[in-house]
Design a protein around this ligand. Structure first.
Ligand code: ZN
Ligand code: ZN
Length: 358
């Protein structure tokens, strides 16, 4: 059982400490009918938090982990033990990333359950899993060449292309759409869907006023700044503006006195403080990047303006996507211009008559 061990860290309060790390696969009660199970993952982000909600004759589960033998084993143990033979009747995915949706199809198939998720997440996921097994398209290679990738880095991209679908079980052929501000009844209580955008297109959080809980998925994480990236499928998108707006909107809609249940790391209080931190972080980064662009630079030249650590090959894709998100945001604000040279490489610099933003 979790022992209360409140810890305050950078303006947030963690009721079970910041490093609370429940035994993997062992559910911990968070509130009446709400359980926290931590699943292991074989990467630097080494776990995901899954939420089990008692729901009449069955269980509603929120997020599912990657489709890997280890995650299936954790689920099997839960079916035989904790879930007491009661079926999973509903699978809700906060968003389409493989750590969240990986086993959704498998759970739905096994129990005849329905997948509940927002439409954009469902459709985007179907489209991305379709890339597995295809070669990297020319337009994507051009996108990364424009960012300043070397031929070796482009080869590495070709290698990893299609990786998205490798840890995602076949998705169900139909789903139940959930929408922003829609109210669901789970276990006799109301849970409201709160949508955010920027980390993924139509990310759903779940807010229960009676229990004062927010299942926040990846939209609000306590320490990590969720990745906001531009991808070659939509190179002119401005997800950072959407992200900043969503964080501000969620801060307006939701009360501050909630226990936030994030998909990674430990539950915490201090929702408004955290949202403000997330907004301010990006505003500061936008300013740093703008200041750095007094002379023309490529995407890969901009990393020092945004990242304290040197970007290694393993983080190149993530860093490129994030940097492009900041550059596209500055371009939409008419603060930065982009020019493409004869080799197809893009160069960014401050716009002479740029408008000031705070
Ligand atoms: Zn995510
Ligand atoms: Zn995640």
């Amino acid at each position: 059982m979790l022992t209360p061990n409140p810890e305050t860290w950078r303006g947030l309060v963690y009721p079970w400490s910041r490093k609370a790390n429940p035994e993997h696969g062992v559910p911990e009660k968070i509130a009446e009918g709400v359980y926290w199970v931590r699943f292991p993952m074989p990467m630097s982000l080494d776990h995901i938090n899954i939420w089990l909600l008692e729901d009449g004759e069955g269980w509603t589960v929120v997020d599912t982990c990657l489709d890997l033998p280890k995650s299936r084993e954790v689920w099997e143990n839960l079916f035989e033990g904790f879930l007491q033979g009661k079926p999973v009747t509903r699978v809700i995915c906060t968003h389409m990333h493989p750590d969240h949706i990986g086993l959704a199809g498998w759970l739905c198939e096994r129990f005849g359950a329905t997948l509940w998720m927002t439409r954009e997440e469902f459709l985007m996921c179907r489209s991305l899993v379709g890339d597995t097994g295809r070669p990297a398209p020319e337009v994507a290679l051009r996108h990364y060449r424009a960012a300043g990738f070397t031929e070796e880095q482009l080869d590495a991209y070709r290698e990893m292309f299609g990786g998205f679908g490798r840890a995602v079980y076949r998705l169900p052929d139909s789903f139940r759409r959930i929408k922003d501000r829609e109210t669901l009844t789970i276990g006799g209580r109301y849970w409201q869907v709160i949508v955010g955008s920027g980390h993924s297109p139509e990310h759903a959080c779940l807010y229960c006023p009676a229990l004062k809980l927010l299942i926040s998925g990846d939209q609000v994480l306590p320490r990590i700044t969720p990745n906001v990236s531009v991808f070659p499928t939509e190179p002119e998108s401005d997800p950072l503006q959407e992200w900043i707006q969503s964080c501000g909107r969620i801060r307006e809609i939701l009360p501050d006195d909630l226990l936030v249940l994030p998909a990674h790391e430990a539950p915490f209080r201090g929702l408004h403080v955290r949202l403000t931190q997330l907004i301010e972080t990006h505003k500061r980064e936008l300013n740093q990047l703008y200041d750095y662009l007094t002379e023309p630079r490529r995407v890969v030249d901009c990393f020092p303006a945004l990242f304290k650590r040197e970007i290694t090959e393993g983080h190149l894709m993530l860093a490129t996507g994030e940097t492009l998100a900041h550059l596209n945001c500055l371009r939409k604000r008419q603060q930065v211009t982009r020019e493409t040279d004869a080799q197809g490489v893009d160069w960014y610099r401050q716009q002479a008559d740029s408008i000031a933003y705070d």
